[in-house]
Every structure is written in C-alpha cells, then in structure tokens.
Design a protein around this ligand. Sequence first.
Ligand SMILES: NC(=O)c1ccc[n+]([C@@H]2O[C@H](COP(=O)([O-])OP(=O)(O)OC[C@H]3O[C@@H](n4cnc5c(N)ncnc54)[C@H](O)[C@@H]3O)[C@@H](O)[C@H]2O)c1
Length: 317
Amino acid sequence: MRAFVTGGAGFIGSHLTDRLLAEGWEVVVYDDFSTGYEVFLGGARAHDAFHLVRGDVLDAAKLTPAMEGADLVCHLQANADVRGGPLAPRRDLEQNVGATFNVLSAMRENLVPRILFSSSAAVYGEPSVFPTPESAEAVQTSVYGASKLAGEAFIQAFGEYDEIRSYIFRFVSFIGERYTHGVVFDFVKKLRANPRELEVLGDGRQKKSYLHVADGVQGMMTALSKAGARANVFNLGHDDCLNVLAVADLVCEEMGLSGVRYRTTGGTRGWKGDAPFVHLDTTRLRSLGWAPTIPIEDGIRATTRYLLAHPDLLERR
Ligand SMILES: NC(=O)c1ccc[n+]([C@@H]2O[C@H](COP(=O)([O-])OP(=O)(O)OC[C@H]3O[C@@H](n4cnc5c(N)ncnc54)[C@H](O)[C@@H]3O)[C@@H](O)[C@H]2O)c1
C-alpha cells in the first residue's frame, strides 16, 4: 500500500510518515520545506519504501503525477500559523483551501480512494459546549478555522462525487518531538532571550487541551483501520486542559528558571481569533479503542527539553 503525505517533512507529518513506514507502507512525502525540515526525515530515509518529492502543493502539474499509484493521501500540508490570519488572510485561502482543492483534483486524476486530513479545533470558533463534540454548531472566529472547515467541506463533496473515504481529524494543539511552533516554542524562545521576564499573550488564563504527537498519530492510525463510514470526522485531543500560566510554570521549571516575572498583555484572548477555552469531546474516537496515554504536563516538559536540545530550530523561526 502506498501513502502520499503532503507536509510530510513537518512536525506532525514526519511522525505520521515514520509510523506508516514502520507499519509496512510505502510512503511518498511531498513537501516544499517552507516550514518542514530535512532532518525530520532522517529516520524515514533509512527505509527503501520512502520517497521524497520536493514540490509545492499549489503546483498542480507537479503534484498530480507525484501522486500516481497512491492508495491513501494524508493531507497535512497547510499554513499552520493561526495567529497571522488577520494580517494575511489570503494565505489561508491559498495554502489551506486552494491547496486542499488541488490535492482533491489530483486524487480524482489518480483515482485515490482514501484521504486523511488534518483539520483543527479552530473550526469550532468559540463554542458554548464543553467538552465540544463533533456535532457542535460553530461561528467561525479565525480565517484559519474557516479555511480548515472549507477544506473539510471540499473533501466531503469530492468524497460523494468520487467515492472517496475521508478521515478528518480536528486536532487540539500537538506537542512532542519536532515541535516547531506554538506556545511552548514561544515561551522557550523568549526565555532564552530574557530569563527574567516572560511576556504572556492575553491574561494567561486561556485554557487548552494539548496532545502528544505520539498519541495523535496513534489516534489517526486507529481511525484509519477501524472507521467505516464514507465521511469520518473525529476530534483528536486530551481529556485534560492546562491554562497558559501553568504551561509557563512547567517551561520555566524545565529550563531551571525561578522567579521569572510574567507580563501578561491582557484580555481573555492571546490574539484575534484565539479561543479562550479548547476542550474537545473525544468519545467518538475512544469508542474505537483509542485513548491518550501521555499526561499533558509530561508532554509539555518533554517538548521543552526537545527544544532546548535543538536550539537551531528555535533560531530558524
Ligand atoms: N501543530 C498543531 O498543533 C496543529 C493543530 C491543529 C491542526 N494542525 C494541522 O496539522 C497539519 C500539520 O501541522 P504541523 O504542526 O505539522 O505544521 P508544519 O508547519 O510543521 O507542517 C506543514 C508542512 O507542510 C509543508 N508545506 C507548507 N506549505 C506547503 C506547500 N504549499 N507545498 C508543499 N509543502 C508545504 C511545510 O514545509 C511543512 O513541512 C497542518 O495542516 C496544520 O494546520 C496542526
């Protein structure tokens, strides 16, 4: 079986690639390395069944032939920068909606029967029900969330036309090895520059669920092997949540820092489109036998240690 992984050189995509290879899949990673790294594919390169195509998902002439022979597309490529939305909304339209459309068009040409898609908890905007189930009604609060919801909609529509089975995952914030963006990254970077004071966006009380990437990949693999509907949608998150100040405390501890002064920027959100509370109901995926195994605190600590051991990643962004 051959999987075609867009964004396979990124944080989550490279872990999924490793797992697919370990399970005997042939894997083609398609990536332009805009936010992904060669070094993340170090383990994958050791497999004969691994192939890399350097290319832009927006380049349909390159994407379509590269996908030939795929049995499954894992579409993880995206602009994953949620915060930049207000200043650069077209980026989400092009890199998320347009790119997903290109992937679906290439699947149609190549008659690929299955797609796995990395959507986001951002599609719920600021929900009123917690933990938030997949059926929750939502008003969009970010172009990133809107672009992911549009991607889901296009996938389901092509799925009906072309009999494509879809596995859509609404991720909370992922943490773990190869993590390259998000709150832990920001904190470690800022604290390396100034270990006495830490700027915290918002009031620091934003409360979120985080999931270790190993648990996330296990969740995706569980659904791939067990979910039978044409259009499958799953929340993928942890049962626990942590507020931003608690994350800061863990990062400081792991960095061996004490007495750091937190300077909150105020307001209940870190930026326009930030959701103050993210907690997803994962009953649907749990009913297939999946459950997170790594406590959030352990994941935050491990992520901090990983970043400290890889200062080059901190410097590149
Ligand atoms: N990290 C999270 O916490 C999180 C949460 C919710 C959803 N997601 C989604 O999961 C997916 C993976 O996220 P990630 O954290 O691994 O991000 P990432 O930035 O590490 O990975 C994205 C990958 O896509 C590649 N890429 C970007 N634009 C491209 C293009 N036009 N053509 C070819 N390659 C391109 C990048 O080089 C990178 O390797 C994304 O779709 C993201 O929106 C991530």
